[in-house]
Design a protein around this ligand. Structure first.
Ligand SMILES: Nc1ncnc2c1ncn2[C@@H]1O[C@H](COP(=O)(O)OP(=O)(O)OP(=O)(O)O)[C@@H](O)[C@H]1O
Length: 223
């Protein structure tokens, strides 16, 4: 687990300032949400925590470690995307095992870890199914399992439920919260959906045009 410190972060893309002078601390074990309209800098900020982008100026720290320019694979973060980003021609097992194979773990260990995490997301009966033969909700569970299996310190989720219908979205909200409590993991969640943010988060940062306007608990933000 890690506390994330973002200090005076600015990110420019040419003449566009995507994020401006951002200061945020995300506590260890917290469910923290970035809320705001399209184009306000939520995804860019998430990607700077993941290491897919480096800030133009400012600092990213996990606990005491300066991570500002550390490569993504050296951060021990997991990421879940809106479009799942799974390998459609592979089975559920192969998708979830992928990150463990890259880390060169023993076959027996991989089998055990994958079976265990698939039970946690309630997909164990689909272990040998091709991903392309699963529903959207099931695919998003595979994406969650794939991110969780490497035991990340921080799990980053970028609008993970926006491709699902309302009923599934509801179900998956509960599911993600359950996993967060079970793993005690720090989660950073990006959404433009106020209900989602208010119902799931320990704290919320409200973004607008590249700036963080307010940070608070759901009750504080609602008021
Ligand atoms: N790789 C890039 N190159 C140039 N401009 C970019 C890039 N990524 C983002 N931007 C710009 O930075 C701003 C913030 O984008 P960002 O994707 O962070 O917003 P967002 O709040 O996540 O929006 P959405 O909810 O639509 O994903 C936007 O104006 C966007 O056009």
């Amino acid at each position: 687990m890690s506390t994330v410190y973002l200090t005076e972060i600015t990110k420019q893309f040419g003449s566009v300032t995507a994020v401006k002078n951002l200061d945020l601390t995300i506590q260890e074990g917290e469910f923290f949400t970035f809320l705001g309209p399209s184009g306000c800098g939520k995804t860019t900020t998430l990607r700077m925590i993941a290491g897919f982008y480096y800030p133009t100026t400012g600092k990213v720290k996990f606990n005491e470690r300066d991570m500002t320019k550390v490569a993504p694979e050296k951060r021990n973060t997991g990421m879940v995307f809106q479009n799942y980003a799974l390998f459609p021609h592979m089975t559920v097992f192969e998708n979830v095992a992928f990150g463990l194979k890259v880390r060169k773990l023993k076959k027996s260990v991989i089998k055990e870890k994958v079976t265990d995490v698939l039970k946690k997301v309630r997909l164990d009966q689909f272990i040998d199914r091709q991903v392309s033969q699963l529903s959207g909700g099931q695919q998003q569970r595979v994406a969650l399992a794939r991110a969780l299996v490497i035991e990340p310190d921080i799990l980053l989720l970028d609008e993970p439920l926006s491709n699902l219908d309302a009923r599934l979205r509801d179900e998956m909200r509960t599911e993600i919260l359950r996993l967060q409590r079970e793993y005690g993991i720090t989660m950073v969640y990006v959404t433009h959906d106020q209900v989602e943010a208010l119902s799931m988060s320990d704290r919320i940062a409200v973004f607008n045009t590249g700036e963080c306007q307010q940070v608070g608990t759901p009750t504080e933000i609602y008021n």
